[in-house]
Design a protein around this ligand. Structure first.
Ligand SMILES: [Zn+2]
Length: 86
């Protein structure tokens, strides 16, 4: 069985891939929706996404603008709404 055949059925499951970079080790890589977390606060200052760098293992947290939030939610990233509990 060729590789192409082996992965043919996985295309839909793979879903959206996000490009990200690590500010610590400066590696750039691609992350799937399950590798990312999105936390939505009351303001844009408390809205951020986070992931763990696959290269050095550091926890990265970056501010998420409106467009990024839409992109992440559309891609199926797990979302935490911080302001709903206040
Ligand atoms: Zn890193």
């Amino acid at each position: 069985m060729s590789v192409a055949v082996a992965f043919a059925g996985m295309k839909r499951v793979a879903g959206v891939v996000f490009k990200a970079g690590c500010p610590d080790c400066r590696a750039s890589f691609e992350l799937g929706a399950r590798d990312l977390r999105l936390a939505i606060g009351a303001t844009s200052k408390t809205t951020f996404y986070s992931f763990t760098c696959p290269q050095c293992g550091v926890a990265v947290r970056k501010p998420a603008g409106e467009r990024v939030v839409e992109l992440l939610i559309g891609g199926g990233v797990r979302t935490l709404r911080l302001h709903s509990t206040v």
